[in-house]
Design a protein around this ligand. Structure first.
Ligand code: F6P
Length: 413
């Protein structure tokens, strides 16, 4: 069988490791023996915390540069040995941002084709969130969060100084790691497995997404829309039932909106987890009903009949005066979903605790409903959606979590 090196390229915190891992999983599903060789892991193992100082990465620091080149060579040799034995695809996961480094790697091996995969993502908000996640690594444990962020950002500027985008290499592809879009590519048919690789690069990679709606709120009870009300006793009971349902199963990432009802619903789920990061994203805040916020539908019908009728006529395209509509909600929810997927990396599972309109928009991403039907998708408060979406597997199920424990078993710890 053909053998291939895939070498990642990109600044730190651009999603390279996530892309490498989805390539590994997708190619393994094709029956290939694939292994990742990660320079960061090797560095931490061999050089320890001393190599986390930003000055280690200064382009003029010869010792640092040599140490990093040596690690790259070591991983290259390991990858070579892997391909010489029974490996099919060796993925070199490192920044490889300088032409000098890439030349070095190319000349160190001439046994098999190298495909360079460059990950870019210029979304500063996401890069910042990704940096924050990096600073939780044990190598920054001696620093405050602010110091760790500053240290990591300085490290990135040193990489920026020597960054040369791909272009002169023989086979390469540049991918937007946030949107899974191929930006540019130079690949010929001679690159083994490229058809599959390309498919994997452009696919969402969602192993398990649990999409939950918050429990019942005081406003739900009164039939009022919007606002920021608390859960009712029944809502808290629904949240506890969710906590019990997911207890003992691993959900390392939970995303909420910034609303109390979403936090209150997520709390018991968080409590049942040993390792779980909860992130509030404003992109998941419920539709803003503008002048109709806090009103009941019948109040709107009586006091703003024209608005009520317009919304009835075309619910998807209707925009509340001073607020939003489904049509305007779409870009922000799409963005929130991309963010959640980017920030959860290659995690086994993630959960979103959203709202009625928000969850409809998220579901529409997977359900292919006609747009006019999206605002009517049923989003119950005693059930959640379990979604899997990879290049080869699409799964969608709606599961009731109240009452007896379901047969369904979320991903085991
Ligand atoms: O009623 C709960 C709620 O989440 C409101 O806050 C929101 O305005 C509404 O659902 C969205 O649903 P619809 O678009 O059907 O009015």
């Amino acid at each position: 069988m053909d053998k291939l090196y895939i070498a990642m390229v990109g600044l730190p915190a651009r999603g390279k490791t996530t892309v490498a891992s989805k390539l590994q999983e997708g190619l393994a599903q094709e029956g290939l023996n694939v292994r990742i060789f990660n320079n960061g892991d090797l560095r931490r193992e061999i050089l320890g915390a001393a190599s986390s100082r930003p000055e280690f990465y200064h382009p003029d620091n010869q010792d640092g540069r040599e140490a990093r080149d040596e690690l790259a060579r070591m991983n290259m040799e390991r990858a070579q040995a892997f391909l010489a034995a029974d490996g099919h695809v060796a993925i070199l996961d490192a920044t490889n941002v300088s032409t000098q480094r890439r030349r070095m790697l190319e000349s160190a091996q001439e046994d098999h084709t190298v495909l360079w995969v460059e990950c870019v993502n210029d979304d500063q908000e996401l890069v910042d969130a990704s940096i924050l996640r990096k600073t939780r690594l044990p190598e920054f444990s001696g620093l405050t969060e602010q110091q760790a962020i500053a240290s990591f950002k300085r490290r990135i500027t040193y990489y920026e100084d020597i960054y040369a985008p791909l272009g002169r290499e023989r086979f390469w592809v540049r991918v937007d790691s946030l949107t899974n879009r191929i930006i540019d590519e130079q690949v010929f048919h001679s690159v083994p497995y490229y058809v599959t690789i390309r498919d994997i690069l452009v696919s969402d990679w969602i192993r398990n997404l649990y999409l939950v709606r918050h429990g019942q709120t005081l406003y739900n009870q009164e039939g009022r829309i919007g606002g920021d009300s608390d859960l009712t006793p029944e809502g808290f009971e629904q949240a506890e039932a969710l906590g019990r349902h997911f207890h003992g199963f691993s959900i390392p990432y939970v995303f909420t909106s910034t609303r109390k009802r979403s936090h209150q619903t997520a709390a018991p789920i968080r409590k049942g987890q040993t390792r779980c990061t909860v992130t509030a994203l404003p992109d998941f805040d419920e539709i803003n009903a503008g002048v109709c916020e806090h009103m009941r539908y019948e109040d709107i019908k009586n006091t703003l009949p024209e608005e009520y009728r317009s919304r009835q006529r075309d619910k998807y395209n209707y925009v509340y005066p001073g607020g939003e509509g489904y049509v305007t909600l779409k870009p922000r929810v799409d963005r929130g979903l991309k963010k959640a997927l980017f920030l959860s990396g290659n995690a086994e599972a993630l959960m979103i605790v959203g709202h009625q309109a928000i969850n409809r928009m998220i579901l529409s991403h997977f359900l292919f409903r006609r747009t006019e039907d999206v605002p009517y998708i049923y989003i119950p408060q005693d059930q959640y959606f379990h979604i899997t979406s990879t290049q080869k597997k699409k799964l969608f199920e709606q599961i009731r979590f109240t009452g007896r424990r379901e047969q369904h078993s979320p991903s085991a710890t």
